[in-house]
Design a protein. Structure first.
Length: 93
């Protein structure tokens, strides 16, 4: 009986293992969402590359832009805006 009492309590190890298994289960249940996110990111890449290449072909210096003359074009180029990819947003207001 004394030997039996000196044995470590097995329930502590079981609880730890149960916690590990629960975490692994949650991770597995989340895999479909991770897969969907990563597929969306992969599909976004080619479209973004295509858009960037298209916008790079539209140079500010040769474009006809209403309300933007040679002086403004020079000012834009001085600020590092050379083509349509350099425009991040347009305030139409």
């Amino acid at each position: 009986m004394n030997r039996w009492r000196r044995l470590p309590d097995p329930s502590a190890g079981l609880q730890q293992r149960k916690s590990e298994l629960c975490r692994a289960k949650q991770e597995l249940l989340g895999l479909p969402a991770v897969r969907a996110y990563e597929l969306a990111e992969l599909n976004k890449g080619p479209r973004q590359t295509q858009l960037t290449r298209f916008l790079e072909r539209h140079r500010i210096e040769v474009a006809t832009i209403p309300g933007i003359g040679p002086t403004r074009k020079a000012r834009l180029q001085a600020q590092g805006i050379d083509d349509a990819t350099d425009i991040t947003s347009v305030d139409a207001g």
